[in-house]
Write a protein that binds this ligand. Structure first.
Ligand code: AMO
Length: 434
């Protein structure tokens, strides 16, 4: 049973047992301090060498940094201690001794490169700044879930082992499934669409997506967390409204509930939840504005996908979250619906942070004949997707939705230089373990 007192709860006048990691030992001669750290903070343990049991002093001051210890003693007020209180120990147990050779320094005094940190995440997460990222990530997911519930969306979980891909054939991870070829799912796209025709109507999912892309960049992962939304009877503009609501809710949750974590990252002054409506630019306006910046060597023409430098130039120009709407149909996937009055133009949209794309979405093609035609045009065999298309024959309402990259949301919110900072154990070209 965990009957210890958290360091943050130790009050003067009490006798407590605290337990945690040895953060630091400061030996000043006649007096020495052991700084003990737990998930709530740090507390000073005082050793007055001449007045205390020799064994206790020897054990307490001889223990290696990052060992786990349990200390019982009286809590006293001490204005000079970092937290204003200290403990005079009656007993100290070394619960788990740490090797003196640490692969990285959790006190943060010695910097470690990202690769060393990722190889030793347990130690890395003893640092306040690293821990703060994951506390904020958890709050993002919590507040997003709450905001989805406020939109009357039901949380779903869909298979990650699938028979076919949806987001382009080259980015699939094949696996063997009882002697049959299968794949890790790239997106819950088709499953979430099937749910809008069910009695659930409006759904969301937070789960892993797998992309076998070759990119080894600071903003791509091979396993990412997708925050997906889909709603019956929504068009693309209503889906964009929902997207804005969810992203703002994530920021607001962090602003309200993560002050300590923001301080650990030194972001308490600059962190701001976006206000006002996100501007909505058409694709055509976007390429005109990118061309006008003069940042690209070659001018973009209608039908081009936006290169990364183009996204950056436009992001700097716009300076806040924004949408790009009305993309050319030919560069959006088969499931995105075209505008009724112009087949060249799709209802697909992207939502952008000034530095990168966060979301793709759109209204979906819900008419059976058009959908099957779309598969054929993209060179996909509609037969293979029969489980999906056939449900469009039994009453599939118009619908729209989107997918938001969870790690990109955290990365852009905190200004992290590398998406891997926002993942406990990232999967990329080099990393399959830990
Ligand atoms: P898309 O492929 O654009 O759309 O993915 C949606 C969002 O997911 C994030 N994302 C990634 N993040 C990190 N590493 C990756 N390799 C990666 N790939 C994607 C991005 C991206 O904007 N089915 C559609 C969504 C929909 O229409 O509902 C889809 O998957 O932030």
């Amino acid at each position: 049973m965990d009957d210890r007192t958290y360091t943050a709860d130790a009050e003067p006048g009490e006798t407590v047992t605290v337990a945690g990691w040895v953060h630091e030992i400061r030996d000043l001669g006649g007096i020495a301090f052991l700084i003990l750290r737990d998930s709530t903070g740090k507390i000073q343990i005082k050793f007055e060498k001449d007045e205390m049991d020799d064994d206790l002093v020897e054990t307490g001051l001889g223990v290696h940094r990052e060992s786990v210890v349990a200390v019982t003693g009286d809590v006293e007020e001490e204005p000079r201690a970092p937290t204003g209180v200290e403990i005079t120990p009656d007993s100290l147990d070394v619960v788990a001794e740490a090797d003196p050779e640490l692969p990285l320094d959790p006190s943060g005094k010695v910097d470690a490169d990202l690769s060393t940190r990722l190889d030793n995440r347990t130690l890395d997460l003893r640092k306040d700044e690293t821990k703060a990222i994951f506390e904020i990530r958890a709050e993002v997911l919590r507040s997003v879930r709450e905001a989805f519930r406020n939109l009357d969306a039901t949380e779903i979980n869909t298979p990650k082992i699938v028979a076919t891909g949806t987001e382009g054939g080259t980015e699939l991870f094949p696996i063997t499934y009882f002697g049959q070829e299968a794949f890790m799912n790239q997106s819950p796209q088709l499953f979430k669409q099937l749910m809008v025709g069910s009695g659930l109507e409006r759904v969301f999912e937070i789960g892993p997506i797998f992309r076998a892309e070759e990119h080894n960049t600071p903003r791509h992962l091979n396993e990412a967390t997708s925050i997906d939304f889909e709603s019956a009877f929504y068009d693309h503009t209503e889906a964009m409204d929902a997207c804005e609501t969810i992203v703002k809710a994530a920021y607001e949750g962090v602003a309200e509930n993560c002050q300590d974590a923001l301080e650990a990252l030194d972001l308490q002054d600059e962190f701001e939840a976006p206000e006002g409506d996100f501007p909505r630019l058409t694709y055509e306006e976007a390429i005109e504005r990118i061309n006008a910046t003069g940042e690209l060597d070659e001018q973009l023409v209608w039908g081009d996908d936006l290169p990364t430098e183009g996204e950056h130039a436009l992001g700097q120009d716009v300076g806040e979250h924004y949408f790009i709407t009305d993309w050319p149909s030919e560069i959006k996937p088969f499931y995105i619906k075209d505008h009724d009055d112009d087949e060249q133009l799709s209802t697909g949209f992207d939502m952008m942070h000034p530095t990168m794309e966060l979301v793709s979405g759109g209204q979906r093609e819900h008419r059976y004949d058009h959908l099957v035609e779309g598969f054929e045009q993209q060179g996909l065999d509609p037969e293979q997707f029969d489980y999906y298309t056939k449900m469009f024959k039994y009453g599939m309402p118009p619908h729209a939705g989107w997918g938001l990259g969870g790690e990109r949301l955290v990365m852009t919110m905190l200004g992290l230089g590398n998406i891997r900072e926002a993942v406990l154990f990232p999967r990329d070209r080099q990393r399959l373990s830990p």
